[in-house]
Write a protein that binds this ligand. Structure first.
Ligand code: AMP
Ligand code: ZN
Length: 135
């Protein structure tokens, strides 16, 4: 059983900020910034790409509402909404979760920087990645 399934089963205590029959939101044990929250589906799923669509909708619905509440109840001026897929992207817990990371100022412990890499052939890339239909 993964650590988040153990949390859902009540075997590992967490500080909950929201719960319903499908979704649980709780404070991340390693608070990157004050109020750093995880939103997870109760049904085990490896990551966001394997999560059922209807459950994903519920997770994001809760993430939206909890995110609004964080901004309302703290001094945070913004929020990073993040979900890591696979180890290479920083995923350490193999159970889909959305990070809500409140941002207070430039000295926050998180630094997300998008750097340009080699020039790419965007036309070919878009053709490669183009989806004719969703399913
Ligand atoms: P990721 O690296 O995207 O897989 O994120 C996993 C997150 O889960 C990390 O930020 C951990 O701090 C957090 N985490 C792991 N175990 C617990 C726990 N028992 N309670 C709360 N958060 C946890
Ligand atoms: Zn799990």
């Amino acid at each position: 059983m993964c650590i988040f399934c153990e949390i859902i089963a009540g075997k590992v205590p967490v500080h909950k900020v929201y719960e319903d029959s499908i979704v649980l939101a709780f404070l991340d044990i390693a608070q990157v910034t004050k109020g750093h929250t995880l939103v997870i589906p109760k049904e085990h799923s490896l990551h966001m790409l394997t999560c059922e669509d209807d459950i994903m909708l519920e997770v994001m619905r809760v993430a939206k509402r909890v995110g609004q509440n964080i901004l309302e109840m703290t001094d945070a001026k913004g929020l990073n909404v993040l979900s890591n897929v696979h180890e290479i992207a920083g995923q350490t817990v193999p159970h889909f979760h959305v990070h809500l990371i409140p941002r207070y100022d430039e000295n926050d412990a998180i630094n997300i920087e998008f750097k340009e890499s080699q020039p790419q052939n965007l036309k070919a890339l878009a053709e490669l990645l183009y989806l004719d239909c969703l399913y």
